[in-house]
Ligand binder design. Structure first.
Ligand SMILES: Nc1ncnc2c1ncn2[C@@H]1O[C@H](COP(=O)(O)OP(=O)(O)OP(=O)(O)O)[C@@H](O)[C@H]1O
Length: 368
């Protein structure tokens, strides 16, 4: 669901901004360090309650200010607000009422971010890829959040017992039961979504220049021994789990693998090819969610970096097929606007903003 209005106060170097956003493409251009990424970061905070660059809200609040606030209105009329204070307190509101969890924000405003950290989908740890799969499952399978929560709480209890060392294994039984019941559910929901995701990912790879993409395979790993039930896997690894003090099998160890001729994809693909593989994955994730009826918003930090013009245009087309809206940053306005101009309306008429010293203004003329 697209954002129609975005209001910020004391967000990094942006002391105040009140923006009317276009329903499709919004471009934010300016020199280094002027506040472009901060603006995307603010939208991310609105959709999740946290920054994508810093764990500490204090780092994000403008130096010398006590609190930051981000407010957004969606084209549907829904309003959302996040406030963070320097003392660690904060507030989340949806339609002016307090929200209990940040996942309520995520449900209102599904978001995809593509920035320099996105390469971690290929070269980072399994946790990053698990999160990507789970983002997709969360938005299409409404029971997923509950099963995952139950699983994580059982896992915490089981690990606490395992850490004690010599334990009566009967004590583990109730937690194992909960772990198996919720863990099999989590795995089943992930598998169903993964199959759709893998098909849509492959479709996008077919658009890409370079035979190497024909050899790129995406695999799902459940987190325990193939062909075994979770209960059997837990029993089999029990002595090792007791020795190590934690549970080594289960959906908390799930992973997605990107493989080319048996090698991790990031060891084979060029940097630009890696970025396109990430873009293919992110837009495939969004396309899975679209069939669930809530189109995501894309935040793209410096789209032109590493991509030639053909790939930028391809990405713009993928986004226009699966997103409700995109906010893109770039340094040169003329370069940043190019990929969108050949798309069908309303994607061909980007709204342009210039960002300078934390001040954001709309511009009509690209040479301004
Ligand atoms: N808490 C803060 N208070 C005030 N200013 C901050 C704070 N944190 C960061 N800044 C400054 O805000 C500016 C915004 O940086 P941002 O990353 O948004 O720039 P950018 O336009 O995306 O640049 P680039 O093109 O280099 O990526 C930087 O100059 C940074 O030093």
């Amino acid at each position: 669901m697209a954002l129609s209005r975005l209001v910020l106060s004391n967000f990094r170097n942006i002391s105040a901004a009140d923006l009317q956003l276009a329903p499709a493409v919004n471009l934010f251009c300016g020199a280094n360090g002027e506040g472009k990424t901060s603006l995307l970061e603010a939208v991310h905070m609105l959709a999740s309650g946290r920054s994508f660059r810093s764990r500490q809200a204090q780092a994000v609040i403008t130096h010398g200010a006590d609190a930051l606030a981000v407010f957004g209105r969606l084209y549907s009329g829904v309003t959302m607000g996040v406030e963070k204070r320097r003392d660690g307190q904060g507030r989340i509101r949806i339609n002016q009422s307090p929200a209990e969890t940040s996942s309520q924000l995520a449900a209102c405003l599904p978001l995809q971010v593509i920035d320099s950290e996105s390469f971690a989908a290929l070269d980072g740890g399994p946790g990053v890829r698990r999160q990507l799969l789970d983002w997709t499952v969360f938005h299409v399978e409404h029971s997923f959040a509950l099963h995952w929560k139950v699983y994580q709480s059982a896992l915490k209890q089981r690990n606490a017992l395992l850490r004690r060392g010599k334990i009566d294994t009967n004590l583990l039984a109730p937690w194992d039961q909960q772990l198996v019941a919720s863990g099999e559910q989590v795995d089943g929901l992930r598998r169903g979504v993964f199959d759709r995701l893998a098909d849509l990912f492959r479709e996008r790879l077919e658009d890409l220049p370079g035979a190497v993409f024909g050899d790129l395979e995406l695999h799902y790993r459940s987190g325990w021994k193939k062909g075994t039930g979770l209960q059997a896997a837990l029993s089999e690894s029990l002595s090792g789990d007791v020795a190590q003090g934690f549970t080594r099998s289960g959906p908390h160890r799930a992973d997605l693998r990107f493989v080319i001729h048996g090698q991790p994809a990031h060891a084979v693909l060029s940097r630009g090819q890696q970025k396109m593989a990430v873009c293919a994955l992110r837009t495939a994730m969004a396309a899975v969610v679209v069939s669930g009826d809530n189109k995501p918003v894309f935040l793209v930090d410096d789209l032109p970096a590493e991509l030639d013009q053909h790939n930028q245009q391809l990405f713009a087309r993928w986004v226009s097929d699966c997103a409700s809206q995109v906010l893109v940053t770039g340094i040169e306005a003329q370069v940043t606007v190019q990929p969108w101009l050949a798309l069908p309306p309303p994607w061909d008429t980007p709204k342009m903003f210039h960002v300078e010293h934390g001040k954001i203004r709309t511009v009509d003329d690209l040479t301004e």
